[in-house]
Design a protein around this ligand. Structure first.
Ligand SMILES: [Mg+2]
Length: 253
């Protein structure tokens, strides 16, 4: 059984780096898309049964896990000869927040921290999800790893992000639901690294099983990390002015 973890020491944190899918937004959407929508479309276009389509796709998905291709909707559109962006748009009404994620973002912003999205989602997918949720309106900046040519699992990503989003490693919190990404963040020197155990609101089946984050402190939901009270704001010097600068534009592919 996982043990209860302490909240991050908010007074010692200036910057919060956040994953998107499975940390802020419900991974149930992505699971539905890749396990139901894509296999069904592939079955139709190749005159296969749904089971046969799944049997063909699963090993191809597995072979790419952790690579940038795995996260690229354009790669899969080419590979499977499907318009995956249009398919995704067609079911975008299923995109949704994880419980408590918006409140977490509001409280972190109220506490004066800088909020930065670091996602492996393709810019086109981020755009679709942003249209549904306005997630980037909660953030000071948003970056897709596709802009850097390497996923968050790769040390090169962390070197590249530091070039354009300078942060103090010792005063930065990073939250993600992917164990290899947490490991990469730790190896990049991020001081406060937390895992999300329940990236999906699924209540049955494999997707409802809590993720094991091994040595990393982990919470069921990012809501558990929400800062509370005046201590969360840190010293007056660390407060940001109330007016926020313009959002850094989303990277283009
Ligand atoms: Mg994730």
């Amino acid at each position: 059984m996982p043990v209860a973890v302490e909240k991050p020491p908010w007074a010692l944190i200036d910057t919060v780096l956040l994953d998107l899918d499975g940390t802020l937004l419900d991974l149930a959407f992505d699971n539905y898309f890749w396990r139901e929508v894509i296999p069904a479309a592939y079955a139709t276009s190749n005159s296969l049964s749904l089971d046969a389509a799944r049997a063909r796709l699963l090993p191809r998905f597995r072979a790419c896990e952790g690579t940038l291709e795995w996260y690229s909707i354009e790669y899969w559109s080419r590979e499977l000869e499907l318009d995956a962006v249009t398919l995704k748009r067609a079911v975008a009404d299923r995109v949704g927040w994880l419980p408590g994620a918006q409140q977490f973002l509001r409280c972190v912003r109220a506490a004066g921290k800088r909020l930065v999205l670091l996602t492996n989602a393709h810019p086109k997918v981020l755009q679709i999800k942003d249209e549904r949720t306005a997630v980037t309106s909660f953030l000071d900046a948003a970056f897709s790893s596709h802009s850097f040519g390497v996923p968050k699992e790769n040390a090169t990503f962390w070197e590249a992000i530091r070039e354009i989003e300078p942060f103090d490693h010792d005063r930065t919190l990073f939250v993600d639901d992917s164990p290899p990404v947490l490991q990469a963040a730790r190896e990049a020197g991020i001081r406060w690294v937390y895992g999300v155990r329940l990236p999906s609101t699924a209540t049955t089946g494999w997707a409802s099983e809590p993720r094991d984050h091994g040595p990393f402190p982990a919470v069921d939901s990012i809501a558990e990390l929400t800062p509370e009270g005046p201590h969360a704001a840190g010293s007056p010097g660390s407060q940001r002015p109330e007016a926020l600068g313009p959002l850094r534009p989303l990277p283009r592919e």
